[in-house]
Design a protein around this ligand. Structure first.
Ligand code: FES
Length: 383
């Protein structure tokens, strides 16, 4: 009789990395707004058909089985789909914390009641500026009054008021008024997110980037309001990558905690990776999420630090920043595997310096390209 050296019950499977913590469902690229700073891909009009409700339910269930705890729904404008309540209800039933990221367009009283009934935990509402004229100009819509109304509705429904405002050269000087508006609305949280230059924002980079003086003043204004409001309103100020001294560990590391699914079913390690060339993006209708996360070439391509280029391998910060953002490296250098040029040690750092120098010349006037399907089709053909 054969003797087993190790009894079967003692055989442990090899340790596996944890699953994603955060699942982001970008349920649609359709959007009633036309923001020039949108991070969605410029060729979004070429994307395939949207996932069905059942496809999304399957993704949600698989992610929860893998240990994901936070479920975000964004777009485009997610409320353009009529099945958000179904997705939220299932995610809540499974124990997810659920978060809707919306422009507010479509958030009627009835819809809000249905989402509340489904168990939605959190709503993040975007504003683009503090006045009707400026808000409506950058979005190329008339939505300012509607957003004020939606903010009141969500508050009345018992949700904490969480406002997001993307900052750029044309609105950053209005920051005092933007924070005042958030305080008048009674916001508990205000996220001041400086534009990060991806997608449409990259296309409009020259027109959107503030000068160093504008940015410094914005930080000072934010600090004054923090002192004034204390705990009444928490204000987050997200610094732009280009104007940071060091690169960041984008998405907390490629394939470490975050998994995003595009409207047409591609699983991505960050919001914008689908533009990276030479990569095979797994479709959630063809592959199990577990395989995508653990074994797909895409999620392993820039995971950890073993793949880092020489510049980063010898750097003492490599475990902190993982060489920065892959999408940014690609957009600036054409090589997704390069050190993020934001890093002063990058051989391509001059590209960032040149862009910052151009932002100092406030007289350069680049016309904004607004996000819309027609422009997207034309741009898609151009790439
Ligand atoms: Fe894609 Fe940073 S946005 S890695």
């Amino acid at each position: 009789m054969d003797t087993l050296l190790v009894p079967p019950e003692a055989l442990q499977p090899a340790a596996r990395r944890p699953g994603p913590l955060w699942l982001l469902a970008e349920v649609t690229y359709r959007c009633p707004l036309h923001c020039a700073f949108c991070y969605n891909p410029v060729d979004f009009a070429a994307a395939g058909p949207e996932l069905s409700t059942d496809d999304w339910l399957s993704v949600i269930r698989q992610a929860r089985t893998m240990g994901a705890a936070q479920f975000g729904i964004s777009g485009g404008e997610p409320l353009l789909r009529d099945d958000i309540e179904i997705l939220v209800a299932e995610a809540r039933r499974l124990g997810f914390y659920t978060n809707l990221i919306t422009s507010g367009v479509g958030l009627t009283e009835a819809r809000l009641a249905a989402l509340k009934e489904a168990g939605l935990d959190h709503i993040q509402l975007s504003f683009q500026d503090a006045t009707r004229e400026a808000n409506d100009l950058i979005t190329n819509t008339r939505t300012f009054d509607l957003k004020r109304k939606v903010a009141a509705l969500t508050k009345a429904a018992g949700y904490p008021t969480v406002i997001n405002c993307v900052l750029h050269r044309s609105n950053i000087d209005h920051l005092d008024r933007i924070i005042e508006m958030a305080a008048e609305i009674g916001a508990e949280y205000l996220e001041l997110a400086n534009t990060q230059y991806h997608g449409w924002a990259f296309l409009n980079r020259e027109a959107l980037m503030p000068s160093a003086a504008q940015l410094a003043e914005a930080e000072a204004v934010t600090e004054r309001w923090r002192q004034k409001l204390g705990k009444k309103m928490r204000i987050l100020f997200v610094t732009p990558d280009y104007q940071s001294k060091k690169p960041k560990k984008c998405m907390n590391g490629w394939g470490e905690v975050f998994l995003s699914v595009t409207p047409d079913g591609l699983a991505l390690p960050c919001h914008t990776a689908r533009m990276l060339p030479g990569l095979d993006f797994p479709d959630v209708r063809e592959h199990a999420l577990d395989w995508i996360w653990h074994d797909s070439p895409l999620f392993n391509r820039f995971r950890g630090t073993a793949w880092l280029p020489d510049t980063c391998q010898s750097c003492e910060d490599k475990d902190k920043d993982h060489g920065g953002c892959r999408c940014q490296a690609f957009m600036l250098t054409g090589n997704a595997g390069a050190t993020d040029p934001v890093c002063p040690k990058s051989p391509d750092h001059a590209l960032i310096e040149a862009t910052l120098a151009s932002a100092e010349r406030q007289d350069n006037c680049h016309p904004l390209v607004f996000r819309d399907p027609k422009a997207s089709k034309a741009l898609g053909r151009a790439f």
